[in-house]
Design a protein around this ligand. Structure first.
Ligand SMILES: [Zn+2]
Length: 291
């Protein structure tokens, strides 16, 4: 398998109309045995927790930093970490919602997620495949050691004692981006910690745009799809290749795919059942239907 690069076409669904439903909710429940279903979740699952979605109606266009830009210069890393330092104060307060809790109760197998917020694990899901990593971990680009984001936040605070006052921001009031950072005009003088073990560069353990999903993670997701009798996509427009390819893999193997979002996705033509609705009431209804 070639590396799965995280790619996204700019607004590929901008002019796509709201899809037509295919089949009924009851049809979808008939296909979904919780013990045999692979679930793929996207940003639409965490919006109920307060984390914004890149694709929500009215959300401003954003250009997340690419992995290439992060590695390219001290100035870019300073900008990234200053934004992340301020953004984390609010981001760390986001909690799982009913979708995370219902899935944790329903699904014994892996939940494959595009989200980097860690909320499936926090809700109690025992097996989570984090396609794009987690903002709760920070990795050294030289030696590969992994640190918690909490430790990193303390290190950032120690290095930048007056930053919040100088930047004139109250973190809790600042609008957080889906990546957990905020827009900041001035990052002059912000200091970035290096790996305590080897002095290497520290980077959030997430897949940036232009980077590849880790081979072992991509492989775990493929196996989960292989083993499943049905695939359920929740709250993802499948605009990034890493999740879209999993749905294509399932459909090629003859595995039924159920897609639940209230907007268009890139796999609407592949869905066995297409539910056009919000995710939370759907998952709650599923839980009631099987318990
Ligand atoms: Zn290191």
């Amino acid at each position: 398998m070639p590396p799965v690069e995280l790619r996204r076409v700019r607004d590929p669904l901008a002019n796509v109309p709201t899809p037509q439903p295919r089949g009924t909710v009851a049809d979808s429940f008939a296909l979904l045995d919780p013990a045999r279903t692979a679930v793929i979740t996207g940003a639409g699952v965490s919006t109920d927790s307060g984390i914004p979605d890149y694709r929500s109606p009215g959300s401003p266009p954003r250009s997340p930093m690419t992995g290439q830009a992060f590695r390219a210069s001290d100035a870019n890393r300073q900008l990234y970490w200053a934004r992340a330092y301020v953004g984390w104060e609010r981001y760390q307060l986001f909690r799982p919602n009913s979708i995370h809790r219902d899935l944790a109760a329903l699904i014994p197998g892996p939940v494959i997620t595009q989200n980097v917020d860690g909320l499936h694990s926090e809700a109690g899901s025992r097996s989570v495949v984090e396609l794009h990593g987690s903002l709760h971990r920070v990795i050294c680009l030289s030696c590969g050691r992994v640190y918690t984001r909490g430790w990193t936040q303390l290190a950032l605070a120690e290095l930048n004692p007056g930053f919040l006052a100088t930047a004139n921001v109250t973190p809790i009031d600042v609008e957080t981006n889906p990546d957990g950072d905020v827009e900041l005009a001035k990052v002059d003088g912000f200091r970035v910690p290096n790996c305590p073990a080897c002095g290497g560069l520290l980077k959030p353990d997430v897949v940036y745009f232009g980077e590849s999903v880790r081979p072992e993670v991509a492989s775990a997701a493929e196996h989960a799809i292989e083993d499943a009798d049905a695939v359920l996509v929740l709250g993802s427009s499948l605009a990034v290749h890493s999740a879209l390819r999993l749905v294509r893999q399932a459909v090629r193997a003859g595995t039924p795919a159920v897609i639940v979002t209230d907007g268009p996705t890139r796999a609407d033509d592949l869905a066995t059942v297409r539910v056009v609705d919000r995710v939370a009431p759907y998952v709650t209804a599923w839980r009631h239907a099987v318990t």
